[in-house]
Design a binder for this molecule. Structure first.
Ligand code: ADP
Ligand code: MG
Length: 296
């Protein structure tokens, strides 16, 4: 082995180690007294977009909530390890590749046991959950809410809070990305927003919080074609990066034309029953879930 091929080999090993951002193993979760997730396993590497499709009631939202730590969604078995990449030049230190992502591999065992964290700790660790049904918060303005959320996450990570001017600049930039009027950011969170406006608002929030892993639960539902395109390109520009990853839960192929997934999974009966590339989404649209879930 030459010296340079030895170096290449070691870099490949670095990559293998650093890439595994979310590892879900044999996850079982119950809602009420009913077991909904029945041994779900899924690994998402940094830089990847995974789509999960599946029939109504399959457990897609349950998966999102279990990962987010929503009360009432009890994990009874299995593990979830979250290993976000260290920030370049941050605590993990040092070396940066030409394309931007840090080459510093995570020290072995650096992954976090996600299930041991409270929901706000999961958020501070870099997980964002986009809700299928975003909640309204009367009396709290969007800007107030977003600034509080961002600064409490920054504080938890040992970063400095953004001041008012810095925050407004950031909010304006992200709102523009989602073609959202700044006036809407001054209104109470989601109150009186249309379904599509709520979804766009969630994406503005995502842009501001700048998570490592976004779990987006039917972000496309309720969007007209133009809004779908805006939201799709927003997701791409915020999350399509080597050190980030997305778990995109959707019923429809349409969003996947905007946000091209690297992998498509079918969730049925509480498990991933089939995995493929983007072509699987087309096949599902043509043949329906039943045929595919049954054949799996
Ligand atoms: P999906 O998002 O794939 O449509 P969900 O994860 O929302 O499916 O739901 C999975 C199953 O869990 C469904 O059968 C649903 O009725 C049930 N379920 C969801 N929430 C509750 C709840 N709070 N109490 C009882 N059953 C629930
Ligand atoms: Mg759902």
């Amino acid at each position: 082995m030459t010296i340079s091929s030895g170096v290449t080999h070691r870099l490949k090993n670095f990559e293998l180690k650093r890439n595994q951002m979310l590892k879900i193993e044999n996850l079982h979760a119950t809602v009420g007294d009913t077991e909904i997730l029945k041994g779900l396993s899924l690994t998402i590497n940094a830089g990847e977009i995974h789509a999960i499709m599946g029939p109504n009631g399959a457990g897609k939202s349950t998966l999102a909530y279990a990962l987010g730590g929503r009360p009432g969604y009890e994990v009874t078995a299995g593990s979830v390890t979250f290993t976000p990449l260290p920030l370049a030049g941050g605590a993990g230190g040092g070396q940066t590749s030409e394309e931007g992502p840090p080459l510093t591999p995570p020290a072995s065992g650096r992954g976090t046991d996600l299930l041991s964290l409270d929901p706000h700790e999961r958020a501070a660790a870099g997980i964002f959950l986009g809700f299928q049904y975003p909640v309204e918060i009367p009396g709290v303005s969007n800007l107030q809410f977003l600034r509080e959320s961002l600064n409490s996450q920054r504080k938890a990570r040992g970063e400095e809070a953004l001041n008012g001017a810095e925050f407004i600049k950031l909010a304006k930039e992200k709102a523009a990305l989602l073609k959202m009027d700044m006036d809407m950011l001054k209104r109470a969170v989601n109150v009186g927003f249309s379904g599509g406006e709520k979804k766009r608002n969630e994406m503005v929030q995502m842009g501001i919080l700048d998570p490592k892993l976004a779990i987006l639960d039917e972000t496309d539902s309720g969007l007209d074609i133009d809004a779908l395109r805006t939201v799709g390109s927003g997701i791409n520009s915020i999350m399509r990066k080597p050190d980030k990853a997305v778990l995109l839960i959707t019923h429809y192929q349409r969003l996947l034309e905007e946000v091209k997934p690297d992998f498509v999974h079918v969730l049925a009966n509480g498990r991933i029953v089939k995995t493929g590339g983007p072509e699987l989404a087309l096949q599902l649209e043509n043949e329906g879930y039943e045929a595919i879930a049954e054949a799996a």
